[in-house]
Design a protein around this ligand. Structure first.
Ligand SMILES: C[S@@+](CC[C@H](N)C(=O)[O-])C[C@H]1O[C@@H](n2cnc3c(N)ncnc32)[C@H](O)[C@@H]1O
Length: 279
């Protein structure tokens, strides 16, 4: 039974952080002519109407995309992400927020391929409707960890896997690390982006140790938080990137610092960039 629905959280500061990094990773894949594969294991519905009751309940988008919407000083590296969000809201009013599948669809080229897995039947039906008759996109009602086994390695030999779990089950960090080790054995050269909530330094350290123990190399870690660590709600979130593009650490440090300053009203939290394992 899945309790998490992304409808409640769309456009939040965690989504902005995740989707800015996702956009930069896909743009980097676009720099080479050869086709690539994008797998989104926890895809959600793909597009969110922020005027619907679920989104209006906590209005989490106010901690994220709302804060960027009227900014006129968006850095060049962030413009492609903002252009995608703006394209969903052609009348200039922020109402729709694109999820990771929609963002990826806007960025891939005709030669590239997307596979989306989602376990919630209702969300998967919405996702399916969004990509009906789209020959570049394959939507499956499937468990993420089964999907990793089914899709990896891809025939394209280059690409990105986004693992964006809802962390609504116990042991999710451990399960994730085990699945990642297995996926990496199947496809060591792909890029992986794994999102996680900052919910206890001990749990995250355990996750980092499991990744280190799996023998995976070139592991870069980003964290962006906007609340103090002892906050009663999630203060921030992180992303582990395996096989990041060249200079991704320095380029994203600058960009994420800008994002943090734009999102943060209370000057709490910050940005962390750390090589968990180098070459
Ligand atoms: C954080 S949301 C995904 C958001 C989406 N990646 C985005 O950025 O727009 C997590 C999604 O994973 C789905 N989910 C949870 N457990 C899953 C599993 N084992 N396999 C596939 N999907 C799962 C949930 O139903 C939810 O829609």
């Amino acid at each position: 039974m899945l309790s998490y629905r992304h409808l409640f959280h769309a456009g939040s500061f965690a989504d902005v952080f995740k989707h800015v990094l996702l956009t930069r990773l896909l743009l980097s894949l676009n720099e080479k002519d050869k086709a690539y594969f994008y797998l989104d294991t926890h895809a959600g519905t793909g597009l969110y109407d922020l005027s619907r009751p679920w989104a209006q309940k906590g209005r989490e988008f106010e901690s994220g995309i709302t804060k960027l919407w009227d900014r006129t000083d968006i850095p060049a590296a962030m413009k492609p992400y903002m252009d995608i969000v703006r394209a969903e809201n052609a009348d200039g009013h922020l109402r729709y927020y694109p999820g990771s599948p929609r963002i990826a669809r806007k960025l891939i080229r005709p030669i590239d391929r997307i596979a989306l897995t989602e376990l919630n039947k209702t969300d998967c039906a919405e996702l399916h409707a969004l990509f009906t008759r789209d020959r570049n996109v394959n939507v499956q009602l499937m468990d993420a960890y089964q999907g990793l086994k089914a899709h990896l390695p891809p025939k394209e030999r280059r690409g990105l896997v986004l693992i964006d779990s809802s962390f609504d089950r116990s042991r999710e960090f451990a399960r994730l690390a085990e699945a990642l080790a297995d996926a990496h054995t199947r496809w060591a050269t792909g890029t992986y982006a794994i999102w996680y909530p900052m919910m206890g330094a001990g749990v995250i350290r355990g996750f980092e140790k499991q990744i280190e123990a799996a023998g995976i190399r070139k592991v870069l870690q980003f964290e962006l938080s906007i609340l103090p660590e002892d906050a009663s709600t999630m203060p921030g979130s992180g992303m582990i990137i395996i096989n990041p593009p060249w200079k991704f650490d320095t380029e994203m440090r600058t960009l994420l610092r800008w994002v943090w300053s734009a999102l943060n009203v209370k000057s709490a939290g910050g940005v962390k960039v750390n090589w968990l394992v180098r070459e």
